[in-house]
Design a protein around this ligand. Structure first.
Ligand SMILES: NC(=O)c1ccc[n+]([C@@H]2O[C@H](COP(=O)([O-])OP(=O)(O)OC[C@H]3O[C@@H](n4cnc5c(N)ncnc54)[C@H](OP(=O)(O)O)[C@@H]3O)[C@@H](O)[C@H]2O)c1
Length: 264
Protein backbone atom coordinates (compact mmCIF):
# COMPACT_ATOMS: atom_id res chain seq x y z
CA UNK A 1 0.00 0.00 0.00
CA UNK A 2 1.27 3.46 -0.94
CA UNK A 3 1.33 5.98 1.95
CA UNK A 4 -0.26 9.26 0.79
CA UNK A 5 1.01 12.55 2.12
CA UNK A 6 -2.54 13.56 3.06
CA UNK A 7 -4.39 13.87 6.36
CA UNK A 8 -8.02 13.01 7.07
CA UNK A 9 -9.67 14.81 9.99
CA UNK A 10 -12.37 12.52 11.34
CA UNK A 11 -14.63 13.10 14.33
CA UNK A 12 -16.14 10.15 16.18
CA UNK A 13 -13.37 7.83 14.97
CA UNK A 14 -13.26 5.64 18.08
CA UNK A 15 -16.55 3.76 17.62
CA UNK A 16 -19.10 2.50 15.11
CA UNK A 17 -19.24 4.02 11.63
CA UNK A 18 -16.48 6.58 12.31
CA UNK A 19 -14.12 3.87 13.51
CA UNK A 20 -14.77 1.79 10.37
CA UNK A 21 -14.25 4.86 8.17
CA UNK A 22 -10.97 5.69 9.93
CA UNK A 23 -9.81 2.10 9.40
CA UNK A 24 -10.60 2.34 5.67
CA UNK A 25 -8.62 5.58 5.33
CA UNK A 26 -5.69 4.01 7.23
CA UNK A 27 -5.82 0.91 5.02
CA UNK A 28 -5.69 3.19 1.99
CA UNK A 29 -2.59 5.02 3.22
CA UNK A 30 -4.05 8.27 4.62
CA UNK A 31 -2.66 9.85 7.79
CA UNK A 32 -5.36 10.43 10.40
CA UNK A 33 -6.40 13.11 12.86
CA UNK A 34 -8.92 11.37 15.09
CA UNK A 35 -11.28 13.20 17.45
CA UNK A 36 -13.55 11.98 20.27
CA UNK A 37 -13.96 12.60 24.01
CA UNK A 38 -12.27 9.51 25.47
CA UNK A 39 -8.49 9.92 25.60
CA UNK A 40 -8.02 6.20 26.36
CA UNK A 41 -10.14 5.13 23.38
CA UNK A 42 -8.25 7.51 21.11
CA UNK A 43 -4.88 6.06 22.15
CA UNK A 44 -6.12 2.49 21.76
CA UNK A 45 -7.50 3.13 18.27
CA UNK A 46 -4.42 5.17 17.24
CA UNK A 47 -2.18 2.19 18.06
CA UNK A 48 -4.41 -0.03 15.95
CA UNK A 49 -4.44 2.36 12.95
CA UNK A 50 -0.64 2.87 13.10
CA UNK A 51 -0.24 -0.80 12.15
CA UNK A 52 -1.00 0.32 8.59
CA UNK A 53 2.17 2.46 8.55
CA UNK A 54 0.38 5.81 8.71
CA UNK A 55 0.71 8.72 11.18
CA UNK A 56 -2.10 9.30 13.69
CA UNK A 57 -2.77 12.48 15.67
CA UNK A 58 -5.25 12.15 18.56
CA UNK A 59 -7.33 15.11 19.74
CA UNK A 60 -9.50 14.56 22.81
CA UNK A 61 -12.33 17.11 22.45
CA UNK A 62 -15.91 17.41 23.63
CA UNK A 63 -17.72 18.65 20.52
CA UNK A 64 -20.72 19.71 22.60
CA UNK A 65 -18.50 22.70 23.45
CA UNK A 66 -17.93 25.35 20.79
CA UNK A 67 -14.49 26.42 22.09
CA UNK A 68 -13.24 22.83 21.95
CA UNK A 69 -14.41 22.55 18.33
CA UNK A 70 -12.53 25.73 17.35
CA UNK A 71 -9.41 24.50 19.16
CA UNK A 72 -9.10 21.56 16.73
CA UNK A 73 -8.12 23.84 13.85
CA UNK A 74 -5.93 26.11 15.97
CA UNK A 75 -3.93 23.07 17.08
CA UNK A 76 -3.62 21.82 13.50
CA UNK A 77 -2.49 25.26 12.28
CA UNK A 78 0.23 25.39 14.98
CA UNK A 79 1.57 22.16 13.48
CA UNK A 80 1.15 23.33 9.86
CA UNK A 81 -1.31 20.57 9.07
CA UNK A 82 -4.01 21.12 6.45
CA UNK A 83 -6.29 18.06 6.24
CA UNK A 84 -7.32 17.19 2.65
CA UNK A 85 -10.42 15.34 3.81
CA UNK A 86 -12.93 16.18 6.56
CA UNK A 87 -15.29 13.54 7.91
CA UNK A 88 -18.00 14.92 10.20
CA UNK A 89 -19.07 11.67 11.85
CA UNK A 90 -19.58 12.29 15.59
CA UNK A 91 -23.27 12.53 16.39
CA UNK A 92 -25.78 11.51 19.04
CA UNK A 93 -29.54 11.21 19.57
CA UNK A 94 -32.01 11.73 22.41
CA UNK A 95 -34.87 9.25 22.73
CA UNK A 96 -38.31 10.05 24.08
CA UNK A 97 -41.30 12.32 23.63
CA UNK A 98 -40.20 15.95 23.29
CA UNK A 99 -42.44 16.97 26.21
CA UNK A 100 -40.37 14.66 28.49
CA UNK A 101 -36.79 14.90 27.19
CA UNK A 102 -34.06 17.04 28.76
CA UNK A 103 -33.68 20.34 26.91
CA UNK A 104 -30.03 20.76 27.97
CA UNK A 105 -29.16 17.37 26.50
CA UNK A 106 -31.05 18.29 23.33
CA UNK A 107 -29.18 21.56 22.98
CA UNK A 108 -25.90 19.66 23.41
CA UNK A 109 -27.02 17.33 20.61
CA UNK A 110 -27.82 20.29 18.35
CA UNK A 111 -24.36 21.69 19.11
CA UNK A 112 -22.73 18.35 18.25
CA UNK A 113 -24.82 17.26 15.25
CA UNK A 114 -25.06 20.73 13.67
CA UNK A 115 -22.87 23.35 15.41
CA UNK A 116 -19.62 21.36 15.39
CA UNK A 117 -20.21 20.31 11.77
CA UNK A 118 -20.73 23.93 10.68
CA UNK A 119 -17.63 25.17 12.52
CA UNK A 120 -15.33 22.42 11.27
CA UNK A 121 -16.60 22.74 7.71
CA UNK A 122 -16.18 26.53 7.72
CA UNK A 123 -12.60 26.21 8.99
CA UNK A 124 -11.87 23.43 6.49
CA UNK A 125 -13.17 25.55 3.59
CA UNK A 126 -11.23 28.66 4.69
CA UNK A 127 -8.11 26.50 4.65
CA UNK A 128 -8.76 24.52 1.45
CA UNK A 129 -10.42 26.98 -1.00
CA UNK A 130 -7.10 28.64 -1.90
CA UNK A 131 -5.52 25.20 -2.34
CA UNK A 132 -8.25 24.15 -4.80
CA UNK A 133 -8.85 20.65 -3.46
CA UNK A 134 -10.65 18.86 -0.65
CA UNK A 135 -13.35 16.35 0.16
CA UNK A 136 -16.02 16.50 2.87
CA UNK A 137 -18.12 13.57 4.11
CA UNK A 138 -21.07 14.45 6.36
CA UNK A 139 -22.96 11.83 8.35
CA UNK A 140 -26.61 12.39 7.56
CA UNK A 141 -29.05 9.49 7.96
CA UNK A 142 -32.20 8.06 6.44
CA UNK A 143 -33.60 10.00 9.45
CA UNK A 144 -32.82 13.10 7.35
CA UNK A 145 -35.77 12.12 5.15
CA UNK A 146 -38.56 11.67 7.71
CA UNK A 147 -39.90 13.50 10.77
CA UNK A 148 -38.94 11.11 13.57
CA UNK A 149 -41.53 10.92 16.34
CA UNK A 150 -39.89 9.71 19.61
CA UNK A 151 -36.55 10.90 18.20
CA UNK A 152 -37.62 14.30 16.92
CA UNK A 153 -34.58 16.49 17.63
CA UNK A 154 -32.19 13.93 16.17
CA UNK A 155 -34.20 13.61 12.93
CA UNK A 156 -34.35 17.41 12.69
CA UNK A 157 -30.57 17.73 13.01
CA UNK A 158 -30.02 15.13 10.30
CA UNK A 159 -32.55 16.83 7.97
CA UNK A 160 -30.51 20.00 8.42
CA UNK A 161 -27.25 18.22 7.59
CA UNK A 162 -28.60 16.75 4.35
CA UNK A 163 -30.21 19.98 3.14
CA UNK A 164 -27.19 22.12 4.01
CA UNK A 165 -24.72 19.61 2.50
CA UNK A 166 -26.55 19.71 -0.85
CA UNK A 167 -26.67 23.52 -0.74
CA UNK A 168 -22.97 24.12 -0.06
CA UNK A 169 -22.01 21.40 -2.51
CA UNK A 170 -23.71 23.50 -5.21
CA UNK A 171 -21.95 26.67 -4.01
CA UNK A 172 -18.61 24.86 -4.18
CA UNK A 173 -18.95 23.82 -7.84
CA UNK A 174 -15.62 24.49 -9.65
CA UNK A 175 -13.64 24.99 -6.41
CA UNK A 176 -12.15 21.47 -6.43
CA UNK A 177 -13.97 20.72 -3.18
CA UNK A 178 -16.70 18.09 -3.01
CA UNK A 179 -19.37 17.50 -0.37
CA UNK A 180 -20.93 14.07 0.13
CA UNK A 181 -23.68 13.04 2.54
CA UNK A 182 -23.83 9.48 3.87
CA UNK A 183 -27.31 8.21 4.80
CA UNK A 184 -27.18 5.00 6.85
CA UNK A 185 -30.26 3.26 8.22
CA UNK A 186 -30.31 1.74 11.72
CA UNK A 187 -26.77 0.39 12.19
CA UNK A 188 -25.25 -1.88 14.84
CA UNK A 189 -23.18 0.61 16.89
CA UNK A 190 -23.21 2.13 20.37
CA UNK A 191 -25.51 4.92 19.09
CA UNK A 192 -28.72 3.45 20.57
CA UNK A 193 -27.17 2.95 24.04
CA UNK A 194 -25.95 6.55 24.08
CA UNK A 195 -29.44 7.75 23.03
CA UNK A 196 -31.10 5.57 25.78
CA UNK A 197 -33.10 4.07 22.94
CA UNK A 198 -32.74 0.34 23.56
CA UNK A 199 -36.45 -0.07 24.50
CA UNK A 200 -37.57 1.30 21.10
CA UNK A 201 -39.47 -1.05 18.79
CA UNK A 202 -36.89 -0.26 16.10
CA UNK A 203 -34.44 -2.44 18.07
CA UNK A 204 -36.83 -5.36 18.63
CA UNK A 205 -35.16 -7.36 15.92
CA UNK A 206 -31.43 -6.69 16.16
CA UNK A 207 -30.90 -8.68 12.92
CA UNK A 208 -32.40 -5.68 11.10
CA UNK A 209 -29.42 -3.50 12.05
CA UNK A 210 -26.86 -2.78 9.33
CA UNK A 211 -23.14 -3.44 9.57
CA UNK A 212 -21.02 -0.34 10.35
CA UNK A 213 -18.24 -1.72 8.13
CA UNK A 214 -20.60 -1.90 5.11
CA UNK A 215 -21.97 1.59 5.81
CA UNK A 216 -18.43 2.96 6.02
CA UNK A 217 -17.44 1.30 2.72
CA UNK A 218 -20.46 2.85 0.97
CA UNK A 219 -19.55 6.27 2.40
CA UNK A 220 -15.90 5.92 1.47
CA UNK A 221 -16.75 4.94 -2.13
CA UNK A 222 -19.25 7.81 -2.54
CA UNK A 223 -16.79 10.32 -1.08
CA UNK A 224 -13.97 9.20 -3.34
CA UNK A 225 -16.15 9.35 -6.45
CA UNK A 226 -17.49 12.78 -5.45
CA UNK A 227 -21.16 11.78 -5.27
CA UNK A 228 -23.61 14.16 -3.59
CA UNK A 229 -25.08 11.47 -1.34
CA UNK A 230 -25.41 7.76 -0.78
CA UNK A 231 -28.12 5.80 1.00
CA UNK A 232 -26.39 2.74 2.42
CA UNK A 233 -28.10 -0.59 1.68
CA UNK A 234 -31.01 -1.70 -0.50
CA UNK A 235 -33.51 -1.92 2.37
CA UNK A 236 -32.76 1.68 3.37
CA UNK A 237 -33.07 2.84 -0.27
CA UNK A 238 -36.56 1.27 -0.35
CA UNK A 239 -37.49 2.86 3.00
CA UNK A 240 -36.51 6.30 1.69
CA UNK A 241 -38.37 5.71 -1.60
CA UNK A 242 -41.52 4.83 0.38
CA UNK A 243 -41.26 7.84 2.68
CA UNK A 244 -40.79 10.11 -0.36
CA UNK A 245 -44.25 8.96 -1.50
CA UNK A 246 -45.91 9.57 1.88
CA UNK A 247 -47.09 12.92 3.25
CA UNK A 248 -45.01 14.33 6.14
CA UNK A 249 -47.81 13.59 8.61
CA UNK A 250 -48.10 9.98 7.38
CA UNK A 251 -44.31 9.56 7.60
CA UNK A 252 -44.26 10.99 11.16
CA UNK A 253 -47.09 8.62 12.17
CA UNK A 254 -45.26 5.63 10.69
CA UNK A 255 -41.97 6.58 12.39
CA UNK A 256 -43.82 7.01 15.69
CA UNK A 257 -45.15 3.45 15.42
CA UNK A 258 -41.70 2.13 14.53
CA UNK A 259 -39.81 4.02 17.23
CA UNK A 260 -42.24 3.95 20.19
CA UNK A 261 -41.24 1.82 23.21
CA UNK A 262 -41.78 -1.94 22.91
CA UNK A 263 -44.14 -1.94 25.93
CA UNK A 264 -46.58 0.62 24.42
N1 LIG B 1 -26.02 3.87 14.30
C1 LIG B 1 -27.01 4.27 13.52
O1 LIG B 1 -28.06 3.61 13.45
C2 LIG B 1 -26.85 5.50 12.66
C3 LIG B 1 -27.73 5.65 11.56
C4 LIG B 1 -27.62 6.78 10.77
C5 LIG B 1 -26.66 7.74 11.04
N2 LIG B 1 -25.82 7.56 12.11
C6 LIG B 1 -24.84 8.64 12.37
O2 LIG B 1 -23.54 8.09 12.29
C7 LIG B 1 -22.67 8.86 13.11
C8 LIG B 1 -21.84 7.93 13.97
O3 LIG B 1 -22.69 7.22 14.84
P1 LIG B 1 -22.39 5.73 15.33
O4 LIG B 1 -23.64 4.98 15.12
O5 LIG B 1 -21.14 5.22 14.76
O6 LIG B 1 -22.28 6.01 16.92
P2 LIG B 1 -21.24 5.55 18.04
O7 LIG B 1 -20.82 4.13 17.85
O8 LIG B 1 -21.91 5.94 19.30
O9 LIG B 1 -19.96 6.49 17.78
C9 LIG B 1 -20.01 7.88 18.04
C10 LIG B 1 -18.62 8.47 17.99
O10 LIG B 1 -18.72 9.89 18.20
C11 LIG B 1 -17.98 10.26 19.37
N3 LIG B 1 -18.71 11.30 20.10
C12 LIG B 1 -19.95 11.25 20.62
N4 LIG B 1 -20.25 12.37 21.28
C13 LIG B 1 -19.16 13.19 21.15
C14 LIG B 1 -18.84 14.49 21.64
N5 LIG B 1 -19.69 15.19 22.40
N6 LIG B 1 -17.62 15.00 21.32
C15 LIG B 1 -16.74 14.30 20.59
N7 LIG B 1 -16.99 13.06 20.11
C16 LIG B 1 -18.18 12.52 20.40
C17 LIG B 1 -17.86 8.96 20.19
O11 LIG B 1 -16.74 8.95 21.06
P3 LIG B 1 -16.84 9.45 22.61
O12 LIG B 1 -18.17 8.94 23.13
O13 LIG B 1 -15.65 8.87 23.30
O14 LIG B 1 -16.78 10.93 22.57
C18 LIG B 1 -17.70 7.93 19.07
O15 LIG B 1 -16.37 7.93 18.61
C19 LIG B 1 -23.54 9.83 13.90
O16 LIG B 1 -23.51 11.11 13.29
C20 LIG B 1 -24.92 9.22 13.77
O17 LIG B 1 -25.93 10.19 13.88
C21 LIG B 1 -25.89 6.47 12.92
Amino acid sequence: MEIKNQYVLITGATSGIGYELAKLFAQNGYHLIIVSRSHEQLLEKANEFKQYGIKVITLSKNLFKEDEVYSIYSELKLNNISPEILVNDAGQGVYGKFEDTDIYRELDIVNLNIGAVLILTKLFLKDRISKGSGRILNLASIASKTPGSWHSVYHGTKAFILSWSEAIREELTNTGITVTALLPGPTDTDFFNKAHMTRSKILKDKDNLGSPAEVAQDGYNALMSGEDKVISGLKNKLTVAMSNLASDSMAAHRMGKMQEPQDV
